[in-house]
Design a protein around this ligand. Structure first.
Ligand code: GUN
Length: 293
């Protein structure tokens, strides 16, 4: 048996259609155009490609899209000045600072300098706290995209055993909180595994839904997956270049082997990635709708 593919590209396209219609409605009824500013410090090629995709998608949806690219040696004070201007600019509803930041810049200070109402990444401590308490204004983009993929693919989460591999602040930790929440599209029993987990396979083999954000190519092999499980691969590992000169990507899951065991699986690329960007657009639209009252 070969698993059914959960195609993030297709689901993301569908949601973007919904967002585009809402964007038109907001403009026509309230005269408000959602505005997103992306800020990239330095020249990391992966970050450059992520930021370019975010700005392009914003433009395609009819958003006001502003891009700032700062040199790698930018002093922290200069970035904080730029953030203060973006916080004060009523045309900008969402502010995204691409991570990681260069060494001389304190990531925590930067994330805390973004007004929580414009924090469309949901990385500000106020937004992290609201998420933990179960009344978020914004959901973090990658976890929200994963939840949306699970719900729209008809995966039962209520009472399901979900295992998340990886405890990052961007994916694993917030996702574990979201899926354990007493709410529709959640109510799961969540196990959060990480680099110090004693017997990883013993946990992953029990999972009805296995979500992998480990940052290690092929960390999950077929023997680690329960037959019939739903597998979500968040990994983006660069393993060379294609004939077209683009980065060749692979996930954290041994796709070719695991697809013979799982019931459903996301591909890399074309799985979680397009959903992350789409959720950023949804957060920006929500911020604009809130600003419009
Ligand atoms: N770097 C890796 N993932 C992300 C993300 O979701 N948002 C931002 N701002 N930076 C990232």
């Amino acid at each position: 048996m070969t698993a059914e593919l959960i195609r993030g590209t297709v689901v993301a396209e569908q949601i973007r259609g919904e967002l585009a219609a809402e964007t038109v409605r907001l403009r026509e009824t309230r005269g408000v155009v959602p505005g997103l500013v992306t800020i990239l410090v330095g020249e990391d090629p992966a970050s450059q490609s992520y930021v370019a995709a975010k700005s392009r998608t914003a433009r395609e949806l009819g958003f006001h899209s502003v891009q700032h690219t700062l040199p790698a040696a930018t002093p922290e004070a200069e970035l904080l000045d730029l953030l203060a201007r973006c916080n004060a600019d009523p045309r900008l509803h969402g502010i995204l600072v691409q991570l990681p930041l260069p060494r001389q810049i304190d990531e925590r200070r930067v994330l805390e300098a973004i007004r929580p109402e414009k924090d469309v990444d949901a990385f500000h401590p106020v937004n992290v706290g609201k998420l933990l308490l179960g009344n978020p204004d914004f959901l973090p983009c990658t976890p929200a995209g994963i939840q949306e993929l699970l719900v729209r693919s008809g995966t039962e989460l209520d009472g399901a055993d979900v295992v998340v591999v990886g405890r990052s602040n961007i994916v694993g930790k917030p996702l574990a909180v979201m899926l354990a929440q007493k709410a529709p599209g959640a109510n799961a029993t969540v196990t959060l595994c990480h680099t110090r987990t004693r017997d990883l396979a013993a946990h992953t083999r029990r999972a009805d839904v296995l979500i992998v954000a480990a940052g290690r190519p092929k960390a999950i092999t077929a023997e680690m997956v329960k037959p019939g499980a739903v597998v979500i691969d968040v990994g983006v590992n660069r393993i060379g270049v294609t004939e077209q000169g683009k980065a060749r990507l692979c996930g954290d899951v041994d796709f070719d082997a695991v697809k013979e065991v799982a019931a459903k699986i996301t591909p890399v690329p074309g799985g979680v990635g397009p959903m992350t960007i789409t959720m950023l657009m949804r957060n920006t639209l929500r911020a604009a709708q809130r600003a419009a009252g």
